[in-house]
Ligand binder design. Structure first.
Ligand code: COA
Length: 211
């Protein structure tokens, strides 16, 4: 982490449910929070955890804050905003979590309370390692991915923009393709291709009913 940008207030992009977790994680990690920035007019004037929503995203600049982080759960939106905005993206790790010193965390990534990132794991940028998730040894998590209360076993991989739903598991060495969604409770036993949604044990693509 860049020690200079830790010294000043951090701006949070977004003002919804995930932004609340980002704020509480920043505070628990000892940061000051500048405020929330969100384009949704209904968020104007409200406070979250006593911290104000200051205005739309275009009112935020590098001069307002020492660093920023995306408080938005949607992976595609985090990718778009990370590409559009030129800010000092910070990485935040909840003090009640464990990140092995040999693991790598990219910029803009959050590790939430109760999570474990094991030795030699590699986590990309703007990733959400959500509450009580685990990423085991030598596992790989691509940029803009989101691991809910889920488990990525040793040597497994989740490519860019992937999403692991609540209580899902990816078995050792198995690869989940880019922008694929793994449904809540699924167990992924073999490699899964990109851009699909899988559910169940063993995980299989969702069958859509035709009407
Ligand atoms: C898998 C998921 C993305 C599918 O959402 P969807 O595309 O809107 O699919 P639908 O809700 O239309 O469901 C399609 C079918 O799959 C079933 N289904 C949905 N999710 C399922 C799951 N996790 N496990 C088993 N079956 C599931 C539905 O019952 C439905 O079956 P039916 O056609 O027999 O009625 C979603 O249900 C899910 O599991 N999301 C994860 C949420 C989560 O973990 N959030 C974390 C927040 S931090």
């Amino acid at each position: 982490m860049n020690k200079d940008i830790e010294k000043g207030p951090i701006a949070i992009i977004g003002a919804g449910g995930h932004a609340t977790i980002v704020a509480s994680t920043l505070l628990a990690a000892g940061h000051d929070v500048d405020g929330f920035y969100d384009d949704n007019p209904t968020a104007r004037g409200i406070k979250i955890l006593g911290i104000p929503v200051k205005g739309p995203i275009n009112t935020l600049s590098r001069d307002n804050c020492a660093g920023a982080i995306l408080g938005i759960g949607a992976n595609e939106t985090r990718k778009r905003l990370a590409n559009e905005l030129s800010l000092n993206w910070i990485t935040v790790v909840h003090p009640f979590s464990y990140v092995d010193p040999s693991a790598k965390l990219g910029r803009g990534t959050i590790v939430c309370a109760g999570s474990i990132v094991q030795a030699s794991a590699t986590i990309g940028s703007h990733v959400i390692i959500n509450t009580k998730a685990s990423v085991d040894h030598h596992a790989y998590v691509g940029d803009f991915s989101h691991i809910a209360v889920a488990h990525l076993a040793g040597g497994a991989s989740l490519e860019e923009g992937g999403f692991l739903g609540l209580h899902s598991t990816v078995l050792p060495g198995v690869n989940v393709g880019a922008w694929t969604t793994v449904g809540a409770g699924a167990v992924v036993t073999t490699d899964i291709s990109a851009n699909i949604t899988v559910i169940g044990t063993p995980a299989r693509p969702v069958k859509r009913r035709s009407c």
